[in-house]
Design a protein around this ligand. Structure first.
Ligand code: NAD
Length: 493
């Protein structure tokens, strides 16, 4: 235990040295501790907020020329790209996700910095068609000190989506990564410093959600909360934010339908389902955890799917041949098992998998269960490798079932019928609909759900603008203030 590193908070351009209580981060594949982090107390959170507010008021970043922000963020992208192997290793160890997956995901993370750096450089204000001899300019200003609360499942990607957008817009950022997988995010501090980001502009604060996370959200003076996490966490934060009039972006859970139509070749439908349902052992917000299969495809599809799922290589995440790694914790294994148990009680038929893997680490077998469309499993987020298979009689039924949960984050439509693709995509009520794809993500493409999947967007111009406030400057060059002088046709507004 004494040989594992302690990685403290990154505050005002340095790792803190004050002794503090710690939390242990565990490797979910070995159950060994890999590092300790700070369990930040309320007083330290207050001090961090105070100094961040001062940095926003007096520091150079919020006033920096967009060209300077562009340079710093592009440099950070270059540094990150050069250090990817180190980050891939950390990410694999703390999440238990296969190294093959993490290498591919992290290779794209610098693009978020490049995209938002470019956006800062090219984003333009507007001049409105204001009536009369008046020029009305709209400019976008940074909003202030923003709090970002991130989950464990894609630690670096999700933190970077938020950090890049907020910094590009000139804000001071306080990020609290998940206490389950914070290490890669903590390593960003020195990287941004080396890239030229002024001290205090990016603060990285660790601790549990109900304590450190709550203290951050409660702090007076913050300008925005950007959460990615579960609905319960949003419900804990929302009343605090409402009380303090702080806007919230919330990227929450999902139950993404994978809509499979009979024009599709069976093998393609199977590949689609494996990719949608089992990447990250089902721990993504857009996991294709409901396979809605048209009856004309069903009989051929099911045995092929089951055979491929049974063949998935579950094992050591550091082995490049591994396809399915761990879930994050013992509690997550137990949650998967209880979903299976309930599905069976509801009349579901387990076609493969269904239990924890008997070995060290938090592994759960890739599982497919045939269930009714309105069963508990088909309507609730598992966040693990347990997929609900639902047979549907028609296109109409697939659309109805796809739209039947309180979630509305991602959905995919798989068909070779061009008209059907447009028709179905148009009727699905979700923030992101893929046609003949799933999980596709790009810094330019707005990401966020409808209904209980959240509000607001990551990515794209939408995310950048959500980190700005609009200032309207009305410049009058010809309207005399003569209202009280009894002048005919005097202008009031
Ligand atoms: P979580 O809600 O348990 O934790 C997320 C973050 O919130 C963590 O940093 C945690 O410490 C913090 N937190 C918890 N309680 C808090 C409180 N009371 N006040 C302040 N902060 C608090 O989520 P998780 O288990 O880490 O992640 C899984 C969830 O995230 C799933 O529901 C998943 O669908 C969702 N998710 C959504 C997206 C998306 O883009 N929509 C992406 C990834 C994950």
């Amino acid at each position: 235990m004494s040989s594992i590193p302690h990685i403290p908070n990154w505050i005002n351009g340095a790792y803190t040295t004050t002794p503090s209580p710690t939390l242990t981060v565990q490797n979910p594949a070995t159950e060994e501790p890999i590092a300790t982090i700070t369990a930040t107390d309320e007083l330290t959170v207050q001090e961090t907020i105070t100094s961040s507010l001062t940095t926003f008021r007096t520091g150079s970043w919020p006033k920096a020329d967009p060209t300077d922000r562009f340079t710093v963020l592009s440099t950070a992208a270059r540094l990150l790209r050069a250090r990817l192997p180190e980050f891939v290793d950390l990410e694999t160890q703390q999440t238990g996700r296969p190294i093959r997956e993490m290498s591919t995901q992290l290779a794209r993370v610098p693009e978020w910095l490049e995209y938002f750096a470019s956006l800062a450089r090219v984003h333009e204000g507007r001049v409105t068609p204001f009536k009369g001899p008046v020029v009305n300019t709209l400019t976008r200003l940074p909003i202030g000190v923003v709090v970002q609360i991130t989950p464990y499942n894609h630690p670096l990607l999700i933190a970077m989506k938020k950090i890049a957008a907020a910094l590009a817009a000139g804000n001071v950022v306080i990020v609290k990564p998940s206490e389950l997988a914070p290490v890669s995010v903590l390593k960003l501090g020195p990287l941004f410093k080396e890239a030229g980001l002024p001290d205090g502009t990016l603060q990285i604060v660790c601790g549990t959600g109900p304590e450190t996370g709550r203290y951050l959200c409660e702090a007076a003076g913050i300008a925005k909360i950007d959460l990615t996490g579960g609905l319960g966490t949003y419900r804990a934060i929302a009343p605090i934010a409402a009380r303090n009039m702080v806007p919230v972006t919330a990227e929450l859970g999902g139950k993404a339908p994978v809509c499979l139509f009979p024009s599709l070749e069976v093998q393609r439908a199977v590949q689609a389902s494996l990719f949608a349902g089992f990447i990250a052992a089902g721990q993504t917000c857009v996991t294709g955890s409901r396979l809605l299969v048209h009856r004309d495809l069903y009989a051929e599809f099911v045995p092929s799917l089951v055979e491929r799922v049974k063949g998935l290589r579950v094992g050591d995440p550091m082995d490049s041949a591994t396809q399915i790694g761990t879930v994050i914790s013992r509690a997550a294994v137990e949650r998967c098992a209880s979903f299976v148990e309930r599905a069976v009680r509801d009349g579901g038929r387990v076609l493969c998998g269904g239990k924890a893997v008997e070995r060290t680490g938090f592994f759960f077998e890739p599982t497919v269960i045939e269930v009714a469309a309105d069963s508990y499993l088909a309507c609730n987020e598992v966040f693990g490798p347990v997929v609900a298979l639902v047979r549907c009689e028609s296109e109409e039924e697939i659309v109805d079932v796809a739209n039947s949960t309180p979630f509305g984050l991602g959905a995919s439509v798989w068909t070779n019928d061009f008209e059907q693709a447009h028709r179905v995509a148009g009727r699905i009520d979700a923030g992101i609909v893929w046609v003949n794809g799933h999980h596709l993500n790009d810094p330019s493409s707005p990401w966020g759900g409808f209904r209980e999947s959240g509000m607001g967007k990551e990515n794209g111009v939408e995310a950048y603008e959500s980190y700005t406030r609009v200032k309207s400057t009305v410049i009058n060059y010809g309207v005399a203030p003569v209202w009280f002088d009894q002048v005919a046709n005097a202008r009031y507004g």
